[in-house]
Write a new protein. Structure first.
Length: 290
């Protein structure tokens, strides 16, 4: 195996000792996530954008908003930008912080009346302090893992489907016999029959995937706080799961997956990726209403 509540607003003047990187009125701040943090901190130049701006924390009462300065009011939803957003959160996790992901393209803009940093302070760190403090406490001992399951030999999978479904077996035999006949003697509806066989095999494969996925989730469920089924890719992958687990359960997950691989005697490959930010289970939405 390869492995929302609200609070009474407090005075923004109570936020002291913060960085002034976002104080310029025309400068925006891209917001990545909420973390547990008791002091302003910099994570270096790893931010979203071609210039990879410095990523830093604006902190208030143990809760931090991870941001970087930006001249943009919106970024393209490109693979590079989305991955950059994810990499920032992963880098912060690796330094021991608990991370609450914020929706991609969350940007606080500055205007004549209020800077971007002041908006982050008021709308995020003050107005929603209790909500985020509670979420951080809940997630502190939890991580997200990704589990992907694939069949090792698709030829044997398709053979099993053909042998176990009588309708598919009979149609396949008729087609093989027809294809062995001289072209002039082949049935006119041969193409239609081939398409029909392909549709039947695809339907049977999807059913087999669902059955295998359900067996895997049943094995993992006792060790998970939450589980999300994502769409598998390709014929060989039958499960693409995101699981939220207590940190102390990671060894149990690894053991359960290893046992399943051994039991299947090389028929399946199981990949466990993580820990990663819990983006499949938390995606905070920030608004900037004044």
């Amino acid at each position: 195996m390869s492995i929302a509540t609200t609070t009474e607003p407090k005075s923004a003047a109570k936020l002291s000792g913060q960085s002034n990187k976002g104080e310029n009125q025309g400068c925006g701040l891209y917001v990545y996530c909420i973390i547990d943090c008791d002091h302003p901190e910099s994570f270096g130049q790893i931010g979203v954008g071609e210039d990879q701006p410095e990523v830093f924390v604006i902190e208030h009462e143990g809760v931090g908003a991870v941001v970087s300065a930006t001249p943009c009011d919106k970024y393209d939803i490109s693979r590079d930008n989305v991955l950059a957003h994810q990499r920032v959160m992963e880098a912060i996790m690796q330094q021991g912080h608990t991370v609450l992901p914020i929706r991609f393209n969350t940007i606080a803009d500055g205007n004549d009346s209020k800077s971007a940093q002041r908006r982050v302070e008021e709308n995020v760190l003050i107005d929603r302090l209790d909500e985020f403090s509670s979420l951080l406490a809940t997630m502190r001992c939890r991580v997200e893992l990704g589990v992907k399951a694939l069949w090792s030999d698709m030829k044997s999978v398709f053979t099993e489907i053909a042998e176990s479904d009588e309708r598919i077996r009979q149609l396949r035999e008729k087609l093989l016999a027809a294809l062995q006949a001289p072209p002039a003697r082949r049935p006119r509806n041969l193409m239609h029959a081939q398409v029909k066989l392909g549709e039947m095999v695809k339907e049977a494969l999807e059913a087999k995937k669902l059955e295998a996925e359900e067996k895997l989730t049943a094995i993992l469920k006792p060790f998970t706080a939450d589980l999300k089924k994502n769409k598998p890719f390709g014929d060989a992958m039958f499960a693409n799961l995101a699981i939220l687990v207590e940190k102390s359960w990671q060894a149990d997950i690894t053991s359960a997956l290893s046992s399943l691989e051994t039991e299947q005697a090389g028929k399946v490959k199981l990949r466990c990726v993580g820990p990663v930010p819990p983006s499949n289970f938390i995606e905070l939405v920030i608004t900037w209403d004044d």
